[in-house]
Design a protein around this ligand. Sequence first.
Ligand code: AMP
Length: 590
Amino acid sequence: MAVDSSLSSPLGPPACEKDAKALRFIEEMTRNADTVQENLLAEILRRNAETEYLRRFNLGGATDRDTFKSKLPIITYEDLQPEIQRIADGDRSPILSAHPISEFLTSSGTSAGERKLMPTIQEELDRRQLLYSLLMPVMNLYVPGLDKGKGLYFLFVKSETKTPGGLPARPVLTSYYKSDKFRSRPYDPYNVYTSPNEAILCPDSFQSMYTQMLCGLLDRLSVLRVGAVFASGLLRAIRFLQLHWSRLADDIESGSLDSEITDPSIRQCMSDILKPDQHLAEFIRQECKSEKWEGIITRIWPNTKYLDVIVTGAMAQYIPTLEYYSGGLPMACTMYASSECYFGLNLNPMSKPSEVSYTIMPNMAYFEFIPLGGSKAVELVDVKIGKEYELVVTTYAGLCRYRVGDILRVTGFHNSAPQFHFVRRKNVLLSIDSDKTDESELQKAVENASKLLLKECGTRVAEYTSYADTSTIPGHYVLYWELLVRDGERQPSHDTLTRCCLEMEQSLNSVYRQCRVADNSVGPLEIRVVRNGTFEELMDYAISRGASINQYKVPRCVNFTPIVELLDSRVVSEHFSPALPHWTPERRRR
Ligand code: AMP
């Protein structure tokens, strides 16, 4: 489409008038980042002045940044736990926010083993929607013609519960997909999905995935981009195709839906979409029956221009596997968001994964940044290029000076808004999918399994470390154990060690167990027993590379290839968890 030259934007010529408006908005927000932040904080403080939380700090009606920062402490989730529990239990008084809390968003970050509950208010949905509406206008600057086809996106809802006071508690994306904003979205030629809403909204993950894959296959030549939220999710879809291509091809050949798909709304909508196609069925069989799956994405969906999937942060471990399956297609990381608040977007989405930077949008919340190793938080526009910071947010929903737990490095500025490279999440040792296991959780799990080992055969775990093994799909946790078997004592049996694996899984947090049980996105935990003396060799290796003998500590997680290779070369036996750990959607009461 020819675009009126008056629509030109500093970011580039927009693809259509609607895009021009979105790009102008980005320009306006980023040019005036400091004023937007100042006004936004004042608005939050005015509106929430009478909340129990803000009254506690005697702001005396002040809405300026200096007073706010001098009177309110920087907090973590644990500090807010009592208030959050009261809201969850049904207290509707204005505790954190003057606007009623409409639901809780269940974060993948945990507290005491359970997902954190993030309060949100109705209007936050508009703010999230606004950020989504900026993504395609930016993408259209780099990839032309996305209105000529569709996106194959694997999107899922997860189970939800109600708090004792009756508020829904569910992941932010589940909340979004179930909202009218998503379900009744107006037609937009740049944002057409192959997956019908009925498939995305089906709570049964097998039926949902099966239908989304089937629709992607049926419409394969229209697909211009393939995506999922995180890289792990896209790989799970590829694995699903590996396991089920034959059934999918049968359905395409016969034009009738597999009997395991029982969801009535899926069956209803598929009756219009699924028609017998012998030729396509044969093509899928030919492509999928071969052992070689290299480049499968581009072979099945040959018009794909890029993968739309987050491969920054913990997801970077999947880049080589995605490159293998996609024949090296570009990977676009479009946005940076959380249950607390959506933060910003990537203004250069076709950049290499290692160079991805997110521009924080100053209209989403009030942002502060604690320099690493420092304590005084600085403003959004005052961060320095090259420095690392911990992100702190103040949201409309009532989080005030809340530590998100993400570490970001400033890479540059777009106008006066800084751009950040996502460095890491604080205190996360192991992660495969949305699970995040910290050092103390891992320690507790090993302790519990050690008790079992001691009881059954008197053996102790002398040393341990861990590794996130993503060479299989799904990936799984590996625990390297060196055992202290004294003279005359029995070696633990394979059966005991497999039960130690399960014991560890039972001890890990609810997000890990949900990934194992409901999402099937994490495989069985494995113990690899290494021979005596291995951890001493590990120390020798670290010292040879410059570590101090006095200060040497066994790393509780390893990912440096030579170390993993050293450990693997000393393995004497391998044991996998024999069953699924316990998990239900219900939360444990504190
Ligand atoms: P949740 O609380 O479950 O919504 O998870 C939000 C967290 O996921 C963020 O605080 C980040 O740690 C991580 N995250 C979200 N978006 C990205 C991204 N684009 N790159 C890396 N990590 C991300």
